[in-house]
Ligand binder design. Structure first.
Ligand code: SAH
Length: 217
């Protein structure tokens, strides 16, 4: 082992290896995650931990998710190149940036204005022009743009919110962590068909809560 810091290429290889070893195996998702540098979405004192498989604090008391969880959720969502995707919980913008490379259009909303403004600036800087970020209470969805092919909720709800189920197209998929905010939650995939909704449980996760109403900042 040398004490030399990793080159960006080595760091990238290790990052992708870590994702694969935790079950992110879809080549399209891995390629999308290879293209977006997580370092752009982590600020200040935590930036040297950007490539670790761990959630990290971001402003407004929120967190950027763990990369393997971003990968697994994206994989479960399975967005297609012509899909319109709604993400609830912009946070740092990292998850939306990954989705941007996999679908036609991404709408992402957060209840904190500061997070939306900072994420939007990064989308512009990186040339990710198919993302629209908006301040909104995502528990109501985004009725003006509905229905959606895919909905990804990156905050924990006690139940899949009714307005989001209603805004999912027939044939659509929603991925959402469900459970109490102070406990481990279950990641659920909801598939809508002509005959109704089918639910399957994917794994245990831990997310910040989905909070109704807009934030103060
Ligand atoms: N997807 C983010 C991580 C999100 S953390 C990323 O890639 O970095 C969860 C986010 O959900 C927080 O930013 C929080 O402000 C937001 N959130 C919580 N409740 C919300 C609601 N009702 N509407 C919109 N955003 C909400």
């Amino acid at each position: 082992m040398s004490d030399e810091p990793d080159s960006p290429a080595e760091r990238q290889m290790r990052f992708l290896f870590q994702l694969r070893s935790r079950g992110v195996t879809d080549p399209r998702v891995l390629a999308a995650m290879e293209r977006i540098d997580r370092g752009h979405f982590v600020r200040g004192q935590f930036s040297d931990r950007s490539y670790e498989d761990t959630p990290l604090p971001i402003p407004c008391g929120q967190t950027i998710s763990q990369p393997s969880v971003v990968g697994l959720m994206t994989q479960a969502l399975n967005p297609g190149p012509r899909d319109t995707v709604l993400e609830i919980g912009t946070g740092s913008g990292y998850q939306a940036a990954i989705l941007s490379g996999l679908c036609r259009r991404v709408y992402t909303v957060d209840r904190h204005r500061r997070l939306v403004i900072e994420a939007e600036a990064m989308f512009q800087r990186l040339g990710l022009y198919n993302i629209t970020a908006q301040v909104a209470d995502g528990s109501r969805g985004l009725p003006d743009q509905a229905p959606f092919d895919r909905i990804l909720v990156t905050a924990a709800a006690e139940d899949p919110p009714g307005p989001l189920l209603a805004q999912l197209k027939i044939g659509g998929i929603m991925v959402v962590p469900v459970g109490q905010s102070d406990a481990v939650q279950t990641l659920i995939r909801v598939t809508r068909s002509e005959s109704g909704f089918a639910y399957d449980e994917l794994r245990q996760v831990r997310f910040v809560p989905l909070v109704e109403g807009l934030g103060q900042t």
